[in-house]
Design a protein around this ligand. Structure first.
Ligand code: MSP
Length: 654
């Protein structure tokens, strides 16, 4: 962390900037919430924090999506970027700066970087021939492709492109970069990821193509309007723009270097760990203090959760599930999802997200351990001490020591980003506090008239609750504030400062105010029963569907051969695609099909399929559907039904 001449400690933390046309999902939320927790922790310590996130808007896929929506790319980006603002607002993300790569100032910075690197000879003009994956916006070497010229990342077909282009001389920086990373292991974390980056660089950094033909979207190359700057090169520069590089030298000097740059492991090796660092070296700018790459959220089957795979988890749906099942407030549910993400999986490793797991942790950790401590302690203070602990107790046992241990663990965990270890440490304190209440039995002390001991015991427990509220505040800010309110510190205007994370600092005279339970317990049995009932209903429906029908009934179904002319995702529906098909009629028809999770639009275009042509038209998610496409598979479409030789559209199937 940079300490400046005025003695302030500064903390500059970044997330990647997200593709503007993505819908925020659990992966984006994970990176952003981690950055948020770290930023909140440093603010509590009194550090001057700059927490930057934003949107990456110059991807070619934005142009395509804008065309499909009938908008120009900028208008489209303006419209869709709000889904990130909205998501971060709802998920309690306290960013200081939301940067968009379409901002005039950022574009100016990108052009300036380019200009300087051209001048220094680090960027030069040449020809490029390569395999390009449009959805991933990435070139791949031929030997990196999967069989059948498929993208090694998303599995879709790549295109061969040859063009005049500008190259960044990354090759000149490989050795220096390797030395730098080896000498400063904390620059890339965790260790296993650093080793991946090092072995990537050891193979020899290739010069990187950093421009594309100008098709009207992107930052133009200064002095050469034929080209625009490659979206990744443009996007990485956001970290410089947000810090004021070449815009406000004073701000830049105060802010740079980033203390922590967070990202998922997929964008570490090729982009942040090599390209980005080499760019900084070429510019003569100090490297970030730490790049930290976390793992992926995967499905139960181990598949990465992503929009292109159509298996996204919407954090908001999980929040709604918690509200519905427990009756907690939406804000508490948001905090619970934040908690789950960091408690369930070691930060840095992959993990499977499961709604069942979320509900179980809500009950066990939040309703039981934390909620229970609060709900049993505050009534005791109300009953035995008139709601007030009016003088600091002497410390009646082992809790002060436990508090100090949890605080120390939390502080180290924030340095190493061991978010799970941090929460485990706090939960050990909660377990100790619950045990302490059981063992010291304040109700007996009261009966026996042992007033001094009673006060001391309750003081220590409320003090443990106070420090717990401080320690969980970075991850669960709203819950922490509610606890603060219930133990009477909000009313006393006691600030939530990290300096007070020590035992014995509960101020005298706090008036506790028991509130509604923060974490109403979920009836997991009821949840299970409902899931079983749903399964049963689906089974019955399937059986129903398998009943015999007459020949005449079958002949009523008008099955036709149709050719798919176009295919697009249906906005807001992960499973649906909107197809335009030629069924040999005067006009093509539009059909909504539940194929999106198994088939990409590109795979379907040109495919000959079987259409149920006389199905009543329906409006699905606001989109007109005239018919149905046949596919094998029950729950999930596994294969399309296609003719085994050429048949003209409109031909009857029977
Ligand atoms: N726009 C680029 C980043 C440019 S930064 C200069 C980009 N954007 S993204 O929208 O695809 O999302 C990036 C972030 O979300 C990455 O940190 C990525 O690792 C994270 N995740 C996306 N899916 C994920 C999971 N399934 N699990 C965890 N995080 C993953 O890349």
């Amino acid at each position: 962390m940079a300490a400046t001449s005025d003695g302030h400690r500064r903390f500059y933390v970044t997330t990647p900037i997200y593709y503007v046309n993505d819908k925020p999902h659990i992966g984006h939320t994970y990176t952003t919430t981690a950055a948020d927790a770290v930023a909140r922790y440093h603010r509590m310590r009194g550090d001057e924090v700059l927490f930057v996130t934003g949107t990456d808007e110059h991807a070619q896929k934005v142009v395509r999506a804008a065309q499909a929506a009938g908008l120009d790319p900028q208008a489209f980006a303006d419209r869709v970027m709000t889904s990130f603002l909205d998501a971060w607002d709802r998920m309690h993300i306290s960013y200081d700066r939301f940067i968009r790569t379409t901002e005039a100032e950022h574009k100016q910075v990108v052009a300036e970087v380019f200009r300087r690197l051209l001048e220094s000879g680090d960027i030069y003009k040449d020809h490029y021939a390569g395999w390009y994956c449009v959805p991933c916006e990435t070139y791949f070497a031929e030997d990196a492709l999967n069989e059948g010229s498929l993208c090694p990342d998303c599995g879709r077909e790549v295109e061969q492109l040859t063009e005049e282009a500008y190259f960044f001389k990354a090759s000149a920086y490989g050795n220096e970069l390797m030395r730098e990373i080896e000498a400063n292991p904390e620059r890339i974390q965790p260790d296993s990821r650093r080793n991946e980056v090092l072995s990537f660089i050891r193979q020899g950094l290739q010069d990187t193509c950093v421009t594309r033909a100008n098709q009207g979207w992107g930052v133009p190359v200064p002095g050469d309007q034929e080209h625009v700057i490659y979206v990744w090169f443009d996007a990485l520069i956001n970290y410089l723009s947000a810090a004021g590089w070449s815009l406000d030298e004073e701000q830049f000097a105060r802010t740079w270097p980033p203390s922590l740059q967070l990202m998922g492991k997929d964008i570490l090796t090729r982009f942040h760990g090599s390209l980005w660092l080499a760019m900084l070296m070429a510019l003569g700018i100090e490297l970030p203090q730490m790049l930290f790459a976390h793992g992926w959220w995967v499905t139960a089957g181990g598949e990465k959760i992503s929009k292109s795979r159509g298996n996204v988890i919407d954090p908001w749906a999980e929040v709604e599930l918690l509200v519905e099942e427990s009756g907690c407030t939406t804000d508490v549910a948001v905090d619970a999802v934040r908690y789950y993400m960091f408690r369930e999986v070691t930060f840095g490793l992959d993990g499977a997200f499961s709604s069942d797991g979320l509900l179980a942790r809500f009950n066990a950790d939040l309703a039981n351990d934390l909620g229970n401590l609060l709900n049993r302690t505050l009534p005791l203070v109300e009953r035995f001490l008139d709601g007030t602990i009016d003088q600091p107790g002497p410390g009646a046992g082992e809790l002060p020591e436990q508090i100090a241990r949890a605080v120390a663990r939390t502080e180290t965990s924030f340095q190493t980003l061991d978010m799970r270890g941090m929460l485990e440490g706090i939960w050990e304190l909660l377990a100790a506090a619950n045990k302490f209440v059981d063992e010291r039995a304040p109700w007996d002390l009261f009966k026996q008239g042992k007033k001094v001991e009673l006060l001391a015991v309750l003081y220590d427990v409320v003090d443990a609750i106070r420090v717990t509220a401080l320690m969980i505040a970075p991850v669960m800010p709203v819950v922490a504030e509610e606890i603060w309110r219930q133990i009477g510190l909000e009313a006393m205007a006691v600030p939530m400062s990290w300096d007070d994370c020590q035992p014995g600092k509960l101020p005298a005279g706090a008036q506790v105010r028991r509130g509604r339970p923060i974490f109403p317990r979920i009836d997991l049995e009821r949840v299970r029963q409902r899931a079983a009932a749903k399964l049963q209903q689906e089974k019955t429906e399937e059986e129903e569907a398998q009943k015999m029908i007459s020949y005449d009934d079958f002949m009523k179904v008008d099955l036709r051969i149709a050719k798919v002319l176009d295919a697009d995702p249906v906005e807001g529906a992960d499973k649906l695609l909107k197809l335009v098909v030629d069924a040999g009629e005067e006009e093509p028809r539009q059909v909504v099909a539940g194929l999106a999770q198994e088939f990409s639009p590109r795979e379907l275009i040109g495919e000959t399929v079987v259409l149920v042509a006389n199905l009543e038209p329906a409006t699905i998610r606001g989109v007109q559907s005239q018919g149905m496409i046949l596919a094998a598979g029950g729950e999930k479409p596994l294969a399309l039904i296609v003719p085994d030789r050429d048949v003209e559209p409109g031909e009857r199937v029977r």
